[in-house]
Design a protein around this ligand. Structure first.
Ligand code: S3P
Length: 430
């Protein structure tokens, strides 16, 4: 099914890659640009399918958005400038789009219908709709409101204090976006700290937000002002090359302009703990978020344990970390990561099933996986991304260390977050 790609073993990877724009920040830049007053310009926007879904939704809400490659201009008319959409809002494969959008639409006095692809149709939504309903939004959906299609009528909201049952930046962000439109204050308490790009963005657009450990508070009725957003490279995209450089023999890869926000750098801590030969050079950021260049070389690795508050800081990197662990000496245990089951696919099952096809020694657990390292070289087989971009890229990297031919089905899924992935990967070949 989909585009089947042959990827072969490599004896070495060498070169420099400018990592494409961060997906989480690109979504938020369009969203904040749309609800602020004035013209927002975005540099190094990620033209991946997910972020294009966000642009398409805001155009349907009456916002003028121009895009030329990775340069985007958003003509914001403030929150009150958003208009009732005439047709359904289609978020495609993007969980960030649908969840954050619901936070914005909750405070708008009109009706919208939100739909997405087959994967979105399986992802839990009451984690977002419950707190938004508590604030005053009316949201209904399939299976008691758990799944798309969702129907949302927004209006006057009241601030709440909400304790998140799961560590989710998407849920936190939806509540904060509703909180900006609510009466009084809105406070979100997280079980573990999650990515804080929404908080950064509120400040960048001239708003106020207070963060104290895991407690975040916004006041309602704030007016946001257009600005320039320089999006740093996505560490979640860089992760595939960090692991490729570490596990392919005779390799040295430099990744430039990598976002180094500490709520996202769990992968770097894991690489260090496993013994990776890596140099990080942080520089003065142009984006309000830290960034830097990372060089990774072929490394001898040892197993490790990933758990607790580290998990939200590398949640999207777990598929590629599983591959990394298969090449380490000893056992790696990943726990406290049950959230993986509700990502674009059930990532515990897809990672374990696909890596096993290639000969890795890996077991699924209730809340993660156990990887027995040094299962030997991986072997050739036909594998599938199952339509999940991060599974597709992980399997493409696995193919580089397989001693047979690897065919990757549904390889086109990588375009969700990294349209140039295969071009960049090939640029490292001899
Ligand atoms: C994201 C948050 C994470 C992450 C997703 C992007 C965001 O999801 O997995 O890829 O941009 O806020 P959760 O917040 O649901 O864990």
């Amino acid at each position: 099914m989909g585009a089947k790609k042959l990827i072969s073993n490599q004896s070495s990877l060498n070169g420099v890659i400018k990592v494409p724009g961060d997906k989480s920040i690109s979504h938020r830049a369009v969203m904040f640009g749309s609800i602020a007053s004035g013209t927002t310009t975005i540099e190094n926007f990620l033209p991946g399918e997910d972020c294009l879904s966000t642009i398409a939704c805001f155009r349907k809400l009456g916002v003028t958005v121009h895009r030329d490659g990775s340069d985007v201009t958003v003509e914001g008319k403030g929150l009150s400038g958003l208009q009732e959409p005439e047709t359904v809002l289609d978020v495609g494969n993007s969980g960030t789009t649908i969840r954050l959008l619901m936070g914005i639409l909750s405070g708008r006095p009109f009706h919208s219908v939100l739909v997405g692809d087959e994967s979105i149709g399986k992802r839990p939504m009451t984690r977002v709709t419950r707190p938004l309903a508590q604030m005053g939004a009316k949201i209904t959906g399939r299976r008691d409101g758990e799944y798309t299609p969702l129907s949302l009528s927004g209006g006057a909201l009241e601030g709440i204090e909400y304790k998140l049952p799961v560590a989710s930046a998407q849920v936190k962000s939806a509540i904060l976006l509703a909180g900006l439109q609510a009466s009084g204050e809105t406070t979100v308490i997280e079980p573990e700290k999650t990515r804080d790009h929404t908080e950064h963005m509120i400040r960048l657009f001239g708003g106020e937000v207070t963060s104290n450990g895991n407690v975040v508070t916004v006041k309602g009725g704030q007016q946001l002002t257009a600005t320039h957003v320089n999006v740093p490279g996505d560490i979640s995209s860089a992760a595939f090359f960090l692991v490729a450089g570490a596990i392919v023999p005779n390799s040295s890869i430099e990744l430039t302009n990598v976002g180094l926000n500490p709520t996202r750098t769990g992968i770097l801590e894991v690489l260090k703990a496993m013994g990776a030969d890596m140099t990080i050079e942080e520089y003065e950021s142009k984006s309000g978020e830290p960034a830097g260049n990372i060089t990774i070389r072929t490394s001898s690795l040892t197993g490790t344990i990933l758990s607790g508050d580290l998990i939200p800081r590398l949640i999207d990197e777990i598929p590629i970390i599983a591959l990394l662990a298969s090449q380490a000496e000893g056992k790696t245990v990943i726990k406290d990561a049950a959230e993986l089951k509700v990502k674009e696919t059930n990532r515990i099952d897809t990672v374990v099933n696909e890596l096993r096809k290639l000969g890795a020694n890996i077991d699924a657990t209730e809340d993660g996986m156990i990887i027995h390292g040094r299962s030997g070289m991986l072997k050739g087989e036909t594998v599938s991304s199952h339509g999940d971009h991060r599974i597709g890229m992980m399997l493409a990297v696995a193919a580089l260390i397989s001693n047979g031919e690897v065919y990757l089905e549904q390889s086109e899924a990588v375009a969700v977050s990294y349209p140039q992935f295969f071009t960049d990967l090939h640029s490292l070949f001899l």
